[in-house]
Design a protein. Sequence first.
Length: 393
Amino acid sequence: MTLSSGADKLAVLAGATSFTLPTALLAGTSYSVRISDQPPRFTQHCAVANGSGTIGNANVTNVTVTCTDQVALVSTLAGTNNPTKFPIGLPSVFNEPQGLAVDASGNVFVADRHNGRIAMITPTGTVSTFVGATPGQAPTDAERAFGYADDITRDQNGNFYVVGNNMVRKITKDGLITTVAGTTEIGYADGTGTQARFNTPLGITVDTAGNLYVADTLNLRIRKITPAGVVTTVAGNGSRGMTDGPALQASFDNPYGVAVDKAGNVFVADTMNNLIRKLTPDGIVSTFAGHNSATDAGDGPGLQATVSQPSGVAVDTDNNLYVAELAGKVRTITPSAYVSTIAGQYGLNGFGTVDGIGSVATFRTPHGITLDRAGNIYIGDSATGRVRKIVQQ
């Protein structure tokens, strides 16, 4: 909460009925109180009543802060719950939809893994093939060559970048495909363009400068690709583990998703460790959320909360993280690392295709996650062959 001078800040505890300004204001002084930090969307929303005015003679004024729960409504945007490779005449059928990206018009682009294509879904749910093979049609040689698509991201210029087949490829908004780095050959090597090698990269993101970050999953490393195509290793020593510290000494266990915030911090879904890891611009890896324990501790402060098989991560303009967990939940994590559940549930009863509010909804291995400009969430619900949408109710 930011007070009249802009420098006066005060944290208000949940359930508090009054607060005192750190800097006393005399009677007749104008004041303005506004909320500068609050829980992310889909959890709670706080508002101020009588947030501006003039201090009265008693040096007291009635400023009210109220917070209300925000409910997430899960629906199915597209998909038939029948993942099949190349079904006849059904371009709207997905086969393991995974990574997602959204353009400025609200179209969702889907890495449709086993169909070997990038599909496009309009805001009204109409599905078409952007690049690659169209289900129901015999693929051309070029379409076959596109192969698996595991994750996708979009830069500020409208270009897409896709990981799959041990390569990173660029797709212009007109659908022109080029290889940025790697070849179909499995390996591990830094270098420029096709000199580099990857081993089953499953996650990709892009920062505001056009640098790509890749979760090189089976190499157990995080790689960086400059706009010139130079590939370097920025985190991971190549051994399975959960060691924090200097980036090249740190260890991961099957990192999947990656996201980068405005400050250049890279967040990694460290899937088999059940952790969210943070890589700072100065090259330090730390554990941001989760505790690598089979005990379900639920929501709460970062290292006390349970994060179960995180796969996809995304970040909003306020630096809140959103996490898709293979175990069946969608979570959000504040910049201060508080973990909250948006939708879904754990356990066998939590695996399914139920649409609905919050914990009523069920997923089955949700994989990719992204947000549109309005803050709506999209999930690649891999095993169900659906793309799900979450809006604030």
